[in-house]
Design a protein around this ligand. Structure first.
Ligand code: GLA
Length: 383
């Protein structure tokens, strides 16, 4: 027994010495199951939104993903805080990391009504000034990131938050009014739909001029809702009528568990119907900001400090079903149809999700607060 103990100690000491010599003071984590993106090798990339700090904080989990999205680093507010003063360092760091780790980068986002530097609101006073600003910004960013990006969210959230039948009948589907934050601009009020056609048109133009190869996406939330889906189709038709290219739809997919558990089949049918409708138009679909909060609303009182077993199981089931539908559309379902080309979760682990504040724990991602894989991880690779 003593000899065995002695031998073990020597072996352990040797391992530690070797590790310290080659500089791996921390053991490298490998999953007991598989890297997620490897399980999806025959389907599409699996991505996560990241902050610059995520690259070190989540170095053990990030190998699960072969695509990243800059959570904020490529937004206008960050890239040009003052007119003509560019701040690309954060986005550049993500791109450099991605190159080193053989990971693709989604670009998010060229034009949004929010997250703008204040000077843009001051300068965008009429249609001409607004469109000039948009053109310059799109050209600057697309040129700067060049071929590092495989898909750009060209326009984010141009549709009304909630679309009614009346909106569809009247064509009043675009977000406008009540946009008062100093970091926001009511693009529709200033330009009508031209902020959309201009952003897509300019991105396509720069892509051609520079011989780049990224796809152009329209990105929004609640696109599983039938009325908002219809409005999105109208937006696509509007672009096409103006002869402006668009390659795909980003379904953000910020979901809440109770909307699934209340009527699972209906939730999944609508989700699938949106993918079917968009791909039928010949567009690709990416799930761009997936997370599943456990409360019905962010205003609900926080009941749980941890994620209860029953909620974790239901959340895993929902993740599993959504991924299953996406796999079904990883190839065109008919000739001329587009396909699902990626799923990205909005954050890496529960502790860095925008909806998981200390005041309201929502546990919305695949990996837990401690970074451990949740049941959802196992359910999305169970096929
Ligand atoms: C939207 C945006 C994202 C992010 C989230 C916040 O979905 O597209 O960039 O800001 O809101 O959770």
């Amino acid at each position: 027994m003593r000899t065995i103990k002695k031998t073990l100690t020597v072996v352990l000491a040797c391992i530690m010495c070797v590790c310290m010599t080659v500089g791996c003071s921390k053991p490298i984590y490998t999953p007991t199951f598989t890297w997620l993106h490897k399980a999806y090798g025959d389907y599409f990339p699996i991505g996560a939104a990241v902050m610059p700090y995520s690259l070190t904080k989540y170095e053990d989990i990030l190998p699960h993903f072969n695509s990243i999205t800059a959570e904020n680093s490529m937004k206008w507010r960050v890239t040009e805080p003052n007119e003509g003063e560019y701040a690309y360092a954060d986005g550049d760091a993500l791109v450099a990391w991605a190159k080193e780790h053989n990971t693709a980068v989604r670009g998010h986002c060229l034009l949004w009504y929010k997250s703008l530097p204040k000077w843009v609101r001051q300068k965008a006073v009429d249609k001409e000034s607004a469109l000039d600003l948009i053109k310059k910004h799109v050209r600057d960013i697309v040129t700067h990131y060049g071929d590092s990006i495989y898909a750009w969210d060209v326009v984010n959230e141009a549709l009304k938050s909630t679309v009614t039948v009346g909106d569809i009948m009247s064509g009043e589907i675009y977000r406008t009014g009540n946009i008062t934050d100093p970091g926001s601009v009511d693009w529709y009020e200033l330009t009508g739909v031209e902020f959309i056609t201009t952003a897509f048109g300019e991105a396509a133009k720069v892509r051609d001029e520079l011989g780049l190869d990224f796809d152009l996406y329209y990105n929004d939330y609640s696109l599983n809702d039938p009325k908002k889906r219809e409005a999105c189709v109208m937006l696509v038709n509007m672009l096409r009528a103006a002869d402006i290219p668009i390659d795909g739809i980003g379904m953000q997919a910020h979901y809440r568990l109770p909307s699934f558990t209340k009527n699972k089949q209906s939730f999944l049918n609508e989700f699938e119907q949106s993918i079917r409708t968009f791909t039928e138009l010949g567009l690709d679909v990416q799930i761009t900001e997936l997370d599943i909060c456990i409360y019905a609303s962010s205003g609900d009182p926080q009941v749980f400090d941890g994620l209860p077993y029953s909620q974790e199981c239901a959340q895993a089931e929902m993740y599993g079903e959504l991924f299953k539908i996406c796999r079904k559309y990883a190839k065109p379902f008919k000739k001329g149809a587009g396909k699902v080309t990626g799923i990205t979760t909005w954050g890496v682990a529960d502790a860095n999700n925008a909806h998981n504040s200390s005041a309201h724990r929502e546990f919305p991602l695949l990996f837990g607060v401690d970074g451990a894989p949740k049941k959802a991880v196992y359910s999305v690779i169970d096929f």
